[in-house]
Design a protein around this ligand. Structure first.
Ligand SMILES: Cc1cc2nc3c(=O)[nH]c(=O)nc-3n(C[C@H](O)[C@H](O)[C@H](O)COP(=O)(O)OP(=O)(O)OC[C@H]3O[C@@H](n4cnc5c(N)ncnc54)[C@H](O)[C@@H]3O)c2cc1C
Length: 486
């Protein structure tokens, strides 16, 4: 097959999967009045592969002939990472700043599995690499949409899986049979699971021998028996494009993903008890996944800057020095993230022929993005003014008397009408001061790993010796030369 149409993708989601939203079973995720927004959003990854203008970027030529989704191309050079960055940025821009995330995250996990299973096979004599390779080829061939369930519910964060008060705070292997394994537990915050064909389960942390039942990685169809998805609630007001110009069309939808004794056949099991490899797998996944993250951040920032500049213009203050200063700070923030992302792609490290984005730069970029985001939002809100949250509604604009009141009182500078001002206010409110805006703020901090996780990685990757050596030389600590002033 190689590539699926948008219609084929949607049809594939009508497979009896067990999805719940606000306590109700969802019979068909493609038709649900609220969560259906997620299907329309995720479809873009398929639509762009069909579209003449974007086909070259979103697909690639297979060596054996035919084309496949470019997401499945294992990066072998800086150019592949740059293409991946362009593809993710383009898909997100066309989704108004919301990353589609049904092929991005899954392929990040597959690249990590390719690398870690090769190392496992070398050290332990296992045969996982071949299984991952076969799975990847099949997923590419069937053009699958994949969710990744990494983050366990974790119970007491200070304790490892086997030390928890309840045995199911991390997903674990409860049984091995001649045909496969049975897994039990729950993963939190799994994005777009209701709109994926399969879930890749991978460990969330390093483990010790005592945790070996929890060292599990595998692929599970979303409609497998025992998989239950509980969708997070969100405001049902998303239908109005006037009030919610972005979130009425584009949203990530996350689930608590429950594995209630799910059987997984051996050919879909990629880690089964090898505790020493849980940490490397978790870390290698984020080496790719944080690169995806920093690739999809700039379009949202472009949208925020554009909206801030528009509203400043409509309010007559675009030329004010402090507004330009704030827009400049937003521009520096955005372009720094773009530049670091490209830098991470252009200086990859190579393992077994796979190009891995430069880990130090990727994490610096993600850290910088996450720690500054709320401040940047405050600049946009400052530029916009209070009508962000106090303006009248779409229904008021349809009312014969109120419409006139609004037109009379809510215009801006000459030529800037009330309706267009309200449209831009609503765009900024949707992105920063709504249910969706709040979700975005939490996403920017936690998704793809918490801020501390990035700091730990930066500390690990940073070349401290280089700096210490220079400091030692500066004061001749090693006594190698006479210090004489120039
Ligand atoms: C919108 C969104 C989408 C997401 N999508 C996915 C997805 O598709 N798949 C997936 O697998 N995950 C996903 N995640 C999960 C994301 O990676 C986690 O939220 C992140 O790793 C933080 O984990 P947590 O939410 O459990 O918070 P916690 O780990 O509980 O962190 C809360 C605080 O506790 C601190 N902390 C945690 N453990 C310790 C410790 N041992 N010692 C000291 N301090 C500690 C943290 O640093 C942080 O400050 C998503 C998250 C969000 C918000």
């Amino acid at each position: 097959m190689g590539l699926r149409s948008e219609a084929e993708y949607r049809e594939g989601l009508r497979d009896g999967r067990e999805v719940y939203f606000r306590g109700q079973r969802v019979d068909d995720v493609t038709k649900h009045p609220i969560i259906g927004v997620g299907v329309r959003h995720c479809s873009i990854d398929f639509r762009l592969a069909e579209d003449a203008e974007h086909r070259d970027l979103f697909t690639y030529e297979l060596p054996e002939g035919g084309r496949a989704s470019r997401y499945y191309k294992v990066p072998a050079a800086a150019e592949d990472l740059l293409d991946r960055n362009r593809m993710i940025e383009t898909g997100t821009r066309l989704s108004l700043g919301v990353v589609p995330l049904v092929k991005e995250i899954g392929t990040d996990a597959l690249f990590a599995l390719l690398l870690v299973t090769r190392e496992m096979d070398r050290r332990l004599g296992t045969k996982y690499r071949e299984r991952v390779q076969r799975y990847l080829e099949r997923a590419r061939e069937m053009d699958l949409a994949l969710a990744v369930a990494q983050t366990d519910v974790k119970g007491d964060r200070r304790r490892r899986p086997s030390q928890q008060s309840k045995p199911d705070y991390y997903v674990r292997i409860v049984r091995k049979t001649p045909d496969g394994i049975v897994i039990r537990g729950a993963k939190a915050h799994t994005t777009n699971t209701p709109f994926a064909d399969e879930i890749l389960v991978i460990p969330t942390r390093a483990m010790m021998e005592e945790d070996s039942d929890y060292a599990v990685a595998c692929a599970v169809p979303v409609n497998a028996r025992g998989v239950r998805l509980i969708v997070s609630p969100f405001s049902p007001e998303q239908d109005s494009l006037f009030h919610h110009p972005v979130s009425a069309r584009h949203r990530l939808i996350d689930t608590l993903t429950i594995f209630d004794d799910v059987f997984v056949p051996w050919d879909r099991v990629f880690l089964c008890g090898e505790a020493a490899f849980a940490g490397p797998l978790a870390n290698t996944f984020v080496e790719f996944h944080r690169f995806t993250a920093i690739s999809y951040k700039p379009p949202l920032l472009d949208l925020l800057i554009g909206a801030a500049a528009l509203i400043a213009d409509f309010n007559g203050v675009l030329g004010a020095p402090h507004i330009q200063e704030k827009l400049t700070r937003l521009a520096i923030y955005t372009e720094t993230i773009r530049a670091l992302t490209r830098q991470a792609a252009m200086e990859p490290k190579f393992t077994d022929g796979v190009a891995i984005p430069r880990t130090l730069v990727t994490n610096m970029c993600k850290y910088y993005f996450a720690t500054q985001y709320h401040q940047m939002i405050s600049l946009v809100q400052d530029i916009a003014g209070g009508l962000l949250v106090t303006g009248p509604s779409e229904e008021d604009l349809r009312h014969p008397v109120l419409r006139q009141d609004i037109a009379t009182y809510l215009g801006g500078r000459e030529g800037a009408g009330a309706r267009e001002r309200l449209q831009v206010f609503n765009l900024i409110r949707d992105l920063t001061a709504s249910d969706f805006g709040g979700y975005n703020e939490v996403l920017q901090i936690h998704a793809e790993g918490s801020i501390e996780a990035q700091k730990i990685t930066i500390w690990r990757e940073f070349d401290l010796d280089r700096c210490v050596e220079l400091a030692r030389q500066a004061v001749n600590l090693d006594g190698q030369e006479q210090l004489t002033p120039a």
